[in-house]
Design a protein around this ligand. Structure first.
Ligand SMILES: [Zn+2]
Length: 327
């Protein structure tokens, strides 16, 4: 009994020592962080084919944060928080074809009114891991696997239209997380699957397929501007929205488009209806997310719950059916 009591006393002493140690460690960390006015939050592990959310903070006034990632610089406009600090969040891609096991993310900024001097910098290491991307075999109309010579020009023009739409990057973030679920339907096909059409390998599935009956309203994932509303050969009736600072969403295979290029849309606003146009096996919504020029999996950023917003509630009036050339 005595031995047990001594044992517990020792254990108590050890716990106290451990706690004191932790307190010292925590206060030491506080002292270190107060030296630099910059902070950078980013997950330590990222998945290949997904986007990474990075948030920069500054306790001194800044206009713009620069995020340095994969050899490029991405500016993000700083906003002032209620506590007086300055903050900006950005989405950065880990492309499917990315090779390295770890990447350095750097955040730099110049205090407001000190252009060209007093550059502040903070770095973080991000480990990159893989995810299983299985093979999926599908049967579609032959003209979508071996497009006839007559449509080659059209396919080329479609690519150029999409390239131009995705090049129209605007300053200022309009997106918020989680992204609104565009349709209530469950996932029918994951992002990144290796697609085989009619027995022929045709690259990766660069979007997320969501179930939906023909005519189901499709809602915008976030506030933004319509930058492309057109009928494309493979994608069928498509809407591309720009959400600012390099983030775009695309809604593909629609039966109907109800927004026009240049139109501002709100998160949850109806922009079209589910259909089966283009290279499909049946009606569904194909949702693509583009982050800084790369397609990434929208699913980790998507709201699990579908929030129904009616056209009327959002004062929606436009109703346009694109006059695309049918293949
Ligand atoms: Zn798809």
């Amino acid at each position: 009994m005595q031995r047990i009591r001594v044992y517990f006393r020792m254990l108590g002493l050890l716990c106290c020592l451990a706690l004191t140690h932790t307190c010292i460690a925590l206060s030491a960390e506080k002292v270190v962080s107060s030296v630099s006015p910059l902070g950078l939050d980013v997950p330590t592990v990222a998945v290949r084919g997904e986007a990474v959310l990075a948030t920069g903070n500054s306790r001194i006034a800044v206009d713009v944060f620069l995020f340095h990632w994969l050899g490029k610089k991405y500016p993000a406009k700083a906003i002032q928080l209620a506590d007086g600090s300055w903050q900006a969040s950005i989405l950065l891609p880990v492309p499917l074809q990315h090779k390295k096991k770890q990447e350095q993310l750097a955040l730099t900024t110049v205090p407001a009114g000190h252009q060209g001097q007093g550059l502040l910098r903070v770095d973080r290491l991000v480990h990159v891991k893989d995810k299983q991307r299985p093979v999926q075999s599908l049967k579609v109309d032959r003209k979508y696997v071996e497009p006839p010579a007559a449509v080659q020009e059209r396919i080329k023009n479609d690519r150029e239209k999409v390239r131009q739409a995705l090049a129209s990057i605007t300053a200022g973030r309009q997106w918020t997380l989680p992204l609104a679920r565009p349709v209530p339907g469950a996932v029918s096909s994951q992002f990144g699957l290796q697609r085989v059409f009619n027995g022929k390998p045709r690259g990766l599935h660069r979007g997320l397929d969501l179930r939906g009956a023909e005519g189901t309203p499709v809602q915008a994932c976030a506030d933004g501007q319509a930058v492309l509303c057109d009928n494309l050969y493979f994608a069928g009736n498509s809407v591309y929205l720009s959400h600012g600072e390099g983030v775009f969403t695309a809604y593909i295979h629609l039966s109907e488009i109800v927004v026009t290029p240049g139109q501002q849309v709100r998160r949850g606003q109806v922009i079209g209806r589910v259909g089966a146009t283009g290279r499909v096996t049946g009606p569904h919504l194909h949702l693509s997310l583009f982050v800084q020029g790369h397609t990434v999996d929208p699913l980790p950023l998507l709201s699990e719950r579908y929030i129904h917003t009616s056209d009327e509630a959002l004062g929606h009036t436009a109703r346009v059916v694109p006059n695309g050339v049918k293949p």
